[in-house]
Each structure stands twice: as C-alpha cells, then as structure tokens.
Write a protein that binds this ligand. Sequence first.
Ligand SMILES: Nc1ncnc2c1ncn2[C@@H]1O[C@H](COP(=O)(O)OP(=O)(O)OP(=O)(O)O)[C@@H](O)[C@H]1O
Length: 308
Amino acid sequence: MPSTPAIEFDSISKQFGDVTALHDLDLTVEEGEIYGFLGPNGAGKSTAINILLGFLPPTDGQATVLGYGTQTESTTLRQHLGVLPEGYQVYGRLTGREHLEVAAESKGATPEYDRLLDRVGIREAADRKAGTYSKGMTQRLVFGMALVGEPDLLILDEPSSGLDPNGAKEMREIILEENDRGTTVFFSSHILSQVEAVCDRVGILRAGSLIAEDSIQGLRQTVDTGDVLTVSLDSVTDDCVTAVETLDGVSDVQTERRELTVTLDGGSKTAVLQALESTGAEVRDFSTEEKSLEELFTAYTEPEGRSA
Ligand SMILES: Nc1ncnc2c1ncn2[C@@H]1O[C@H](COP(=O)(O)OP(=O)(O)OP(=O)(O)O)[C@@H](O)[C@H]1O
C-alpha cells in the first residue's frame, strides 16, 4: 500500500477579494522527501504554508498534512510538525532556553536542551533574553524551537533568512541530519544554492500556480536554451563552422584552435555534434556549461515565460 503523503494540496484555491493567491494547486510531497518551494515575491508561497498550518482556510479544495485535514485536525497535526515561520516574533523577556521550554511543553516533549542549543549554535546565549538576540541568533532560536520533539515534518519558510554563510551551512547540515532520521522537509526559499544543496525535488510557484516541478537536474534539462557547448575536434575547418552556424537554434559560434564554442538558443546539442561529424570532423570531447540556478529561476518565473 502506498504510504500517506506528507503533504497534499488537492485543487487548492485561495482568493483574497479580487486577488487569486492560489489557483487550483495540486502538489504532493512524499514522506521522507526534502522539497524546495520556490517562487518570486507574491507567488503565493506563504499563503500555501498558512493553509498547511491551518491558519488560513482555502477558498476551494482540500489540503492534508501527514494525513490530517488542515482545517479539521490542525491542533493534533501541529504536535507532529516543526515550523519555522517567516518573521516569527520572539518573546523579548524570555531567554532562548525558556523559548525551547515553551515549545517542548506545547508538544509534550522532553528535549536535551543543551544539546539542542549546541546544535543550533546559541548555547552560550541560551540564558540571555531573546529580545537582545541578533537577527541571525533569533533565526537559530526559532529553528531550534522547530526541532523540538523530533517532528515528522519540518515546514520552514525562508529558513536561512538573516543567517551568515556559516549559519546557512550549519542549517543545511541539520536539515540533512533530520531528513536522515526520517523527517520530511518542506521549505520555501529564494536562495537557490540552498535549495540545490539539499532538495530532492523543487516546485516553482508563479502567480498562484505550480509551473514546474522536478529535480534541479530535471529542470535544467527542460530549460536548456542558452547553454554553451564546447566541442574539441581533431581540426576545425570552415565546413564545421558553416555546418553548425546554419543549424536552427544556434545563436553564436566561436573557434579557437581545435575548439568550437557554440551558444545554443533552443538548439539541440545532439544536432550540433551530428552536424560536425557529418563534415568528417572527429569529435574528441565536448562539455556543456550549465545555466546557473538564478538563470533557471528567471527562465521559469519571468512574466514573459521561458525567455532566458
Ligand atoms: N491577507 C491578505 N489579504 C489580501 N491579499 C493577500 C493576503 N495575503 C496574501 N495576499 C496576496 O496574495 C498573493 C500571494 O501572497 P503570498 O504572501 O502568499 O506570496 P509569497 O509567495 O509568500 O511572497 P513573498 O516571497 O513576497 O513572501 C499576493 O498578491 C498578496 O498580496
């Protein structure tokens, strides 16, 4: 029997007056996955997360988390979740340690506080009031609260916000450790290198609809325009250059000694290699310069579509 998905949005729509924040969203995250939820500002990510947490009712459709209805069973559900909401306000007068104690009490958990404080890197500041924490320390504390009780699912909204590169790396390591323990992770982010470093799959939301969903590698393969292909040949002749230049979807060809550098604009790498071989040239090696994640993201989320 298939296991219950960790997260399931089933035809979810959310309307705020005239604004359609989510439009007929279907999205499934399987148990044990690390899923990156990407999208430009205003795409609907926070709305989707608030629906998951039972903070907002959908206008249409149904959502379940760990098999629980988000509208009907959100209290029980939250016992199994670790949540790092965007812009969480700490209680200025409580210490870091007291925050963890409050989280533990609400979940009926008995964490090893010092170990947890160490893990998120705030043990030395644990007995200071959280109102005196820096932005990054606050984020570490809220992440620590999310980890209380070994949750089955972590929902993290922009988790690396406010963290320095080391802090972001430590957080990624913890996410991977938690996932090894069996926790499913769903996180939204604008920091694409973060997503690439840890996610099994990503979904890209634009204007309330999921416009792409795949592994990062799969997304790269789909948006393969603008890639640069470098081919090493036994010798570069004028015939080689002409054969490639006249192909559809090739926007530029440069030569340097025995190398041909071809910029593709929708053209196929295989067609380039075949065209070269048809001139009698011997292809010795080739490599492709991949699109950066930023370019990928732009290609999917620019209003005019995949135009990068
Ligand atoms: N309470 C609300 N009332 C009216 N409109 C809202 C409300 N909450 C969200 N919206 C609108 O819904 C759309 C989606 O917003 P949402 O906050 O979910 O986007 P987001 O992807 O989380 O954006 P960001 O990356 O900027 O945080 C936006 O157009 C926003 O203005």
